[in-house]
Structures are given as C-alpha cells and as structure tokens.
Design a protein around this ligand. Structure first.
Ligand SMILES: [Zn+2]
Length: 295
C-alpha cells in the first residue's frame, strides 16, 4: 500500500518534472527535428540546429551549436554518412548520446560519384524520401526518447503510431495521385539526385544526369551530354531544386524541348508551409503529378 502510494507520488512528481522541464533534443537535420516534435509532443523541446530552410549537406556545427548540443539529452542525426563530422562530434560531446536515426533503415547504394552527394558504392543518405522509412524512423526516435525519459515511453510510442498511421494514409494518397503519370513518364530527372528512395517506393526511375547540381560547374561538353541524356529519356519535364538557381536547367530544358517543373524539395529544407516531412512530400508528389501526368 505504502509502496504504491510512494510510486504514485513519484509518478506524479515525474509528470510534473516532465511538464516543467521538457527533454531537450537537438537535431542536425530539419526532418529529424520534425520527427522529434511529432513523436515527442510537449515532453520535448526541439533545437533545430540547421533551421527551417537550411541545407543539412552544408551544415557544420559552430561553437554555439556545440554548446546547445551539450545542453541536450539527445542529438538526432540523419546518419548514412550525411553528417561527415559525426566522429569529431562524438569526441567533443561529453556524455550526450548521438542517435543516427537512419542507421537501421535499409540503404540504397550510390551508383556514381557525386550522386546524392557521396562517392560511388557508399549509402545514399536521402532515406527520408521513403514514407515507409519515415514510419520506421518515428519508432526509432520514440525508443531513443524513451531511453532518456522512461515515464514518457507510452506517449512516445503512441505518438509514433498515430504519426505512422497518418503517413500510411498519405502514402495511399500519393500512390493514387502518381498513378496519373503514365509508365513511359515515370522518370525523375532532377537537379539534385536525392530521390532514389522515393523512386523505389513509387516505381519511378531516377535518370542520373550529371551536371544538374546547383553548385556544379558545367563545361560546354558536360552540358551537351546532359542535354543528350534528357532528350534520350523522352521526359516531358525536368525538376529544378527548391530555391536553387534554375538558370542552367532552363537552358537544358530549352535545348532538349522539355519544360521545367515546379521545384522539388530534396533535403527537408522547405520553409513556411513547405516545412516538415508531410508538407515536403505532398509538395513533391503534386509537382511530379502536375508535370508528368497524362493530359
Ligand atoms: Zn541532398
């Protein structure tokens, strides 16, 4: 009796603690921050280090970022090689657990150097374009949060399940939307070769065309090759990257008699109404359907 009274008091105390001091979680990718919010609810305080609209490929933690991570209970990284600085981070963060959320998700391998921002033969880091992968990741985050806040375990798992059910509905919506795209047009020619996981899940082919990256220098020869590859693919439209300079793509589209579609969001770096996984995913599905669906 006394014991149950005591555990009741402790539980109430833990709840009060959780209410007054949420678990601080830092994220090295805007979509990992989104996952932490979805799963953690009001039991967590999420620090999105890259920030809305930021590019997780280019992010390098500065001293004030390190201080914020050091003050966190948990740091969430995307993993699969996206954050090349993780080893150094492990060394400088004392006793803060860094979870690579994508590490247990099956990898696709990069076919060529520079595809998906890595070397040939290494894992493609863009696993967040698979809806199935994000459902799995929600559970990974739930268990990582529960490890630091055991009293919240039931909540975290329930939130992950609710979120997963919502994603399942979104996946069905996407399948029926994308069914409007005829088989011959199920090809994604993109500025940033980030959509292999999406292509696998929704039965598209990614046309690996060199020279479509925003930062890449395009020689006239490389450009001619790109135009040739786009023509060969017989696609109606090519996809610029969100917020990237579309000038090179405009000339490729003009020379290959294709059109430029609405930009795709590759790295969860949409802002405003395009921020977060669900908004990014819906935006991309709509852009692809509008550009490639049968008239
Ligand atoms: Zn990327």
């Amino acid at each position: 009796m006394r014991k149950s009274f005591l555990s009741g008091v402790l539980a109430a105390f833990a709840t009060a603690m959780a209410a007054s001091a949420p678990l601080q979680v830092s994220a090295l990718h805007p979509l990992m921050a989104d996952l932490a919010r979805q799963v953690g609810g009001d039991r967590v305080k999420v620090v999105d280090l890259v920030g809305e609209g930021g590019n997780p490929h280019r992010f390098e933690p500065r001293p004030d970022d390190l201080a914020r991570m050091q003050a966190s209970a948990l740091v969430l990284a995307a993993g699969k090689g996206l954050e090349p600085y993780l080893n150094r981070l492990h060394d400088s963060l004392q006793g803060v657990r860094v979870v690579e959320v994508g590490s247990s998700i099956p990898s696709l391998t990069l076919a060529r150097d520079g595809d998906g921002d890595g070397a040939a033969g290494t894992p493609d880091p863009h696993w967040w374009h698979g809806v199935e992968n994000m459902r799995r990741a929600a559970r990974v985050v739930a268990l990582a949060l529960a490890d630091k806040d055991p009293a919240g375990k039931t909540d975290f798992l329930a939130n992950a399940q609710t979120y997963g059910a919502r994603l399942e509905l979104m996946q069905r919506w996407a399948t029926s939307e994308l069914a409007k795209v005829p088989r011959s047009q199920r090809k994604l020619v993109t500025a940033h070769n980030a959509f292999a996981y999406f292509a696998k899940e929704f039965d598209f082919t990614v046309i690996a065309v060199a020279g479509l990256n925003a930062e890449q220098n395009n020689t006239p020869q490389a450009l001619a090759k790109t135009i040739e590859a786009v023509k060969r693919s017989r696609v109606k439209a090519i996809f610029p990257e969100y917020k990237a300079n579309a000038k090179v793509l405009e000339s490729i589209a003009a020379a290959s008699a294709t059109t430029l579609a609405a930009p795709l969001i590759a790295d969860g770096n949409g802002s405003g109404q395009d921020a977060g996984f669900e908004a990014m995913f819906r935006h991309n599905v709509q852009s692809i359907t509008q550009a490639l669906a049968a008239p």
